[in-house]
Design a protein around this ligand. Structure first.
Ligand code: CAA
Length: 380
């Protein structure tokens, strides 16, 4: 067993940390306050090769592994979880299914610009009436000659509005329930495809979250991803990897909050000495660091399994549930260490605490992760 990153992975981590600290962190609080997505940060990530980290160079990617991608999401989220999820949704949810199920033409037409960061991706599964019960969707796609006609609405779509390429799941045969769902590649600007309400959120406020509407949207047959009726499996398999991306985001949030809390505990004096000298604070720091390290091992392991071509669905769900839960605990403790100051927007830890909450909710609530994990356990 080898718990060390390779030299390339270490260099990549350092490069991303420098970028995150110098280009992302300085404006994170302001973008959060203004609920503003900054496309120029995504463009800089493209220049660094981050937008296509795990895809082969022939599709415009950097040809690195999934562990490198996880390191990127972790490092970005360590300073700004909104940027972390922008990359995670773009790579895991929008690009992965094209890489895995797309035809060569689809890969050249859609994966390449996503990998190169010329276009941004989004994934449309959730609907007003179907969240955890993803198969309960209502959006339909009816074949009409060499097109499908899409009608319906999706909600809570990360990157929506800004994204140019959307992976959309719709019922092509409602009677067959989940076996009647098909995946489509939909482009921004297709007539009838419009953006709906932009959510005002507790956290990840500079990551746009919108509803999207389909009104007689004519999508060419060549934009079907995979086979007709294969959509639910594509959605689930995509989430298997996506959940590891969210684990990386949660891990980064926890690490970022911890780093601030540790530094503050050494600086803040009470009773004539730094609060870091008090055992009440020391025990908090020890527990926080231990939880973060455990989350890191689970998160890296799931990525490593994917890199080895081994099954990773259970490991990915475990990484997501654990990292999400400890991100909430660690950020809450970080605010506690900062005391009254931590509750204000003068310091960044309240943002980390607000951002952590979503990691227990999206890409399958942590309750759903426990369903997924127990399904594996009962089958094994
Ligand atoms: N890989 C491959 N196939 C899978 C699979 C997987 N991971 N999971 C399920 N399937 C297959 C099953 O084998 C089964 O196939 P057959 O019919 O051929 O036997 C089929 O799918 C149906 O499986 P289930 O009976 O288990 O399906 P279910 O309806 O009970 O749902 C669920 C299972 C795990 C609860 C699923 O609905 C789920 O994951 N829900 C959560 C949805 C979710 O994560 N949404 C996130 C939205 S995206 C997001 O949040 C992004 C963002 O903002 C950043």
């Amino acid at each position: 067993m080898n718990f060390h990153l390779t030299e390339e992975q270490e260099m990549l981590r350092k490069m991303i940390r420098d970028f995150a600290e110098n280009q992302v962190a300085p404006t994170a609080a302001e973008r959060d306050e203004e609920e503003r997505f900054d496309r120029s940060i995504f463009e800089q990530m493209a220049e660094l090769g981050l937008t296509g980290i795990p895809w082969p160079e022939k599709y415009g990617g950097a040809g690195a592994d999934y562990l490198s991608y996880v390191l990127a999401v972790e490092e970005l989220s360590r300073v700004d979880a909104s940027i972390g999820v922008t990359l995670s949704a773009h790579v895991s949810l929008a690009s992965w299914p094209i890489y895995k199920f797309g035809t060569e033409e689809q890969k050249q037409k859609y994966l390449r610009p996503l990998a190169e960061g010329k276009k941004l991706g989004a994934y449309c599964l959730t609907e007003p009436g179907s969240g955890s019960d993803a198969a309960g969707m209502r959006t339909t796609a009816v074949r009409d000659g060499d097109h499908y006609v899409l009608n319906g609405s999706k909600i809570f779509i990360t990157n929506a509005g800004e994204a140019e390429i959307y992976i959309v799941f719709a019922l092509t045969n409602p009677e067959l329930k989940h076996k009647g769902i098909t995946a489509f590649i939909v482009e921004k600007g297709m007539p009838g495809f419009t953006m709906g309400k932009k959510e005002k959120k507790l956290g990840i406020r500079s990551s746009p979250t919108l509803a999207v509407n389909f009104e007689d949207v004519r999508v060419p047959v060549e934009n079907v991803l995979g086979e007709e009726g294969q959509g639910f499996k594509i959605a689930m398999m995509t989430l298997d990897g996506g959940r590891n991306g969210i684990a990386a985001q949660a891990l980064g949030i926890a690490q970022g909050a911890f780093d601030h809390a540790l530094a503050y505990a050494k600086e803040r004096h009470q009773f004539g000495k730094p609060i870091a000298s008090l055992q009440a604070i020391q025990f908090k720091l020890a527990d926080m660091a231990t939880k973060i390290e455990a989350a890191r091992l689970l998160t890296y392991q799931a990525a490593w399994l994917e890199d080895q071509g081994l099954p990773y669905g259970k490991a990915s769900a475990m990484s997501k549930v654990f990292a999400g839960d400890i991100a909430m605990e660690v950020t809450t403790e970080a605010v506690q260490i900062f005391g009254g100051y931590g509750y204000t927007r003068e310091y960044p830890v309240e943002r980390f605490m607000r951002d952590a909450k979503i990691t227990q909710i999206y890409e399958g609530t942590n309750e759903i992760q426990r369903v997924v994990i127990s399904n594996y356990l009962l089958k094994e």
